[in-house]
Design a protein around this ligand. Structure first.
Ligand code: ACO
Length: 333
């Protein structure tokens, strides 16, 4: 079955609730209607109820009656969430008044609903920049135990099936952490291996990418990748991982065998971990455009509960797909 169909069908078997803080945004409302109709998730929409109802009638979105609507400016638990945010952030200098004001921001309220167990995950970003979606998530939901850095993976679905696992590769970090050190890069590798198992349902073969293969170049940037590979092995001993590897040695069998003889994954990698955000972000976009790959994500990993960020150019289908992925993440938590 096609990967996204499988992900949606797995989501339908769960009973998860996803909060959509951009509840008055047209594509978000159309996606919510589809999600409820298909039974992919229960939905909480944040926004002015009158505006949501008006839009719903305008676009004839009949299934939105099944969504829970919360007005961030006026709801019965507003003080409760203000106090909660104050308790979480007072050590950073947040005052009670500032906290009461911040919970009117749907992006903050969404993370507090998750923290309080009222929602299992969040999808936002159709109308907000990445930083605005991520900052409340980092501050309120925070990272998984043992993980200090959130990163973003893309599931790359290539038309040419010779690459990765029948044309599927997972790339990271392509979205979040600009300049990881070796420890952080190891965490990114481990989280990407787990995302690959949980969402793509394949056994990860992780290549830690560099401009050097097995000491062909000597540079602190290559040493960082080698160290990260060792640390990732310690963190997740059952992981198939190798590095440092150049991209061709990672994915082309003949080159892997000649540049990294004896490596268990060289030439056969299905997970590519980039040494920094510059190469990761540039790399996924080049593969998307030049190879005609479908890039699904970013799937954010390392957060204590799944929160995913859309591109502002997203389509209704992109939102539906990312909600289904978020449900799968919540189920595998
Ligand atoms: N993982 C976990 N926590 C983090 C991370 C991270 N990667 N980065 C920051 N934090 C935490 C900090 O520890 C801090 O927590 P605290 O307040 O409890 O101490 C909080 O988040 C705020 O930290 P800042 O350093 O102030 O972070 P800032 O808000 O400046 O930046 C951000 C965070 C927005 C994610 C920044 O790293 C960024 O802009 N990254 C690039 C995002 C981007 O533009 N990606 C490319 C586009 S996406 C695409 O193309 C698909």
């Amino acid at each position: 079955m096609e990967l996204l169909t499988t992900i949606k069908s797995n989501a339908k078997k769960q009973d998860k609730c996803i909060v959509l803080p951009e509840g008055t945004e047209e594509r978000t409302l159309k996606a919510a209607d589809e999600i409820i109709k298909e039974g992919i998730a229960r939905i909480i929409l944040l926004g002015n109820p009158d505006e949501i109802h008006q839009q719903s009638s305008k676009y004839n979105l009949k299934h939105l009656t099944g969504a829970t609507v919360i007005d961030p400016r006026d709801h019965e638990k507003k003080d409760f969430y203000g106090d909660m945010l104050y308790d979480l952030r007072k050590h950073k200098g947040l005052s009670r008044d500032e906290a009461q004001k911040l919970v009117e921001d749907p992006l903050y309220l969404a993370t507090l609903l998750i923290k309080n167990g009222e929602a299992d995950g969040e999808v936002a970003g159709a109308a907000n920049a990445t930083g605005n979606v991520l900052r409340p998530a980092f501050q309120v939901v925070k990272t998984l135990p043992g993980i200090s850095v959130v990163s973003g993976a893309f599931i790359m679905i290539l038309p040419d099936k010779q690459w990765g696992e029948d044309g599927i590769l997972v790339f990271a970090d392509c979205a979040v952490h600009p300049d990881p050190n070796a420890e952080e890069l190891a965490q990114i590798a481990v989280m990407t291996a787990q995302t690959t198992r949980a969402i793509v349902d394949i056994e990860p073969r992780v290549a830690m990418l560099s401009f050097s293969t097995k000491g062909s170049a000597q540079h602190p940037l290559c040493e960082k990748v080698t160290k990260a590979t060792e640390l990732a092995r310690e963190m997740m001993p059952d992981i198939q991982i190798d590095g440092e590897l150049q991209a061709d040695a990672a994915i082309v069998k003949a080159i892997g065998q000649s540049k990294a003889p004896g490596s268990s994954i060289a030439g056969e990698a299905n997970v590519l971990v980039f040494p920094g955000l510059e190469s990761g972000n540039i790399g996924y976009k080049l593969v998307q455009r030049l190879a005609g790959a479908q890039a699904v994500g970013p799937v954010l990993q390392g957060m204590a509960a799944p929160i995913n960020d859309l591109s502002r150019g997203c389509s209704v289908d992109d939102i539906v797909n990312l909600v289904a992925i978020t449900v799968n993440q919540a189920a595998g938590k």
